[in-house]
Design a protein around this ligand. Sequence first.
Ligand SMILES: Nc1nc2c(ncn2[C@@H]2O[C@H](COP(=O)(O)OP(=O)(O)OP(=O)(O)O)[C@@H](O)[C@H]2O)c(=O)[nH]1
Ligand SMILES: [Mg+2]
Length: 603
Amino acid sequence: MTYNRAFISLQSNLANQPISDPTSEPMFTSSKKNPTLSWVDCLSGARGLIDSLPSALPGDGVNPSLSLVKSGEAIALEPSGQGSALVNGAPLRQRIEISEATTIQLPSALLVAAPSDQHNFAFIRTDLWVLFDAQTGEHLGEFPPQRLLDVAQELGRATDTLACTPQGLEVGFSLSQIAPLLSPQEEAPIRPSGKALLAAEQNRGAHLCPVCWTRFDAGDALSIAVHEDLRGDPILGSDVRLRFQPTRFNDQGLALDPMGLACTDIACPHCRRQLPPGYLDRPHRIISLIGAPSAGKSYYLAVLTRTLQDRLPEDFNLAFKDGDPSGNMLLNQMRNTLFSAATPEDALLGKTALEGATYEKLPRLGRMVSLPRPFIYSISRPGQQRNETSVILYDNAGEHFEPGIDIHDSPGAMHVATSSGLIFLFDPTANARFKSKLVGGDDPQLALKGRVDQQDSILSEMETRMKRVLGLAEDERIKTPLAFVVGKCDTWEKLLSSPLEPVVKSGALDLAAIARNSARVRDVLVMLCPGLVASAESLAEQISYFAATSFGHTPVMIQAGLNKGRIAPDPQRLAPAHVEAPLYWLMHLASPAMFPSSETSAR
Ligand SMILES: Nc1nc2c(ncn2[C@@H]2O[C@H](COP(=O)(O)OP(=O)(O)OP(=O)(O)O)[C@@H](O)[C@H]2O)c(=O)[nH]1
Ligand SMILES: [Mg+2]
């Protein structure tokens, strides 16, 4: 819906024309009926009829700022000389006749009045207001009046560029003019201004949004309207259901949408993205997977989620379930592509595009940005669903971690700052020193020419970003534990001094075995990339090295067809190894009760 520009300018240009010539003949002289005036208070919803004149208006206090008087066949507004009534947005200085719907702003009431034969205001909904652009008339959404100022702030819009009106009314108010009536008096002076303050003020609360990583309190979560007529959100677009701050609830405590339907879905108050069912009821751990383009992140995620589902029941007596089937669809599809394929061509996973399907465009702290979709899985002990926790994973494009991407313009990798654990997936097939040790290997990746190895700068970029966001000093180390995973170990495991040991024993994590495996991998890294080890260890307080392979065999290069020249695993020979160990270690540090170690369980 677009609001008529002429109508808005009529209202916001503050036209309250005086009666041009009070002595002139009235236009209609036939009716002898006394004029009556219908009015509605746009905030309280009170409404009524005035037929005895002169009269004061409701809400005009003990010293009324205007009075209603008879003016020929019509009713006119007469200034009393005191107070500060605004009529059609301008101070009332002289008598004006009410010939059509007229807005009247009093110190404690916001009225619309019109001759009763023109309007009875029966269809006005004062609990739901339309917000629109004062210049263009563009419809920006419908909100309860008490939300209008917050919405303006969320939109990053000055209130004097916005106009609003109760649903069903054809005249509007300038949002800046009516602001004092919308915000309770005591709140007004403490609203901070400025972008930094805005960001800081918005980023508080008990819950963290898995999409924009901004904090909020449960009471501030938005509800998602159910009624089909409420399709269209002012910020997310016309095909998205309206997000609104609930004010009415049914007997079960469910929010009611503006059409009275009960709503179960909720959304983040910042980015407005729908949150998975039950999101606020359990703790969440973000595990950030970091790696250069082609490091193997997408395959690792597909294999990791499958392996966790298979291994967690046996290893820790835990169930690993899809915590958001519709939100996890893409990762589940990747997993199915890989594990139900018959040929390498079918098993091929595409490169993750910087703003492709794994990303969605959403508002974050006042600007529209691309954010990676969260993949949420719940972990629980059978019979103890109450102690459920969940893991959030993201499939970023490797480019997102490279230096040169502004973290505010493109904050898609900012989850690192709020995560419980970091997995840095190192790609040995992109590193010249590893490659020189693997000469003669069959992996076609080892023969790829022209790859630039930026993995050291990805690590230092991650450090810089995290320190910036967390406000850490240059010489401080990051407290988030770092699992340094040297991936694709099907190609290089022969460089290890001895084979890796199993890390789970009798339902507990064997930290000593993890430490010995870490030392084995670290030895190889120190030999080939000592600088990288030094920077990783100066970055994080807690670090452990791992080796993993998503494939467990050498992938092949596709020889013909559309995907000719691309490298893919042979689905018949998939044998992932050690992929779960980094996650077990990070989850043990984050939730030792769920992922106990042999040390803790022996105590
Ligand atoms: N040998 C071997 N190759 C692997 C393994 N995992 C992935 N690869 C190969 O590594 C390449 C990149 O894998 P992806 O998972 O697409 O890499 P990515 O990190 O998601 O890359 P971007 O999406 O560009 O950031 C592909 O050619 C895979 O075949 C592995 O365990 N062993
Ligand atoms: Mg990828």
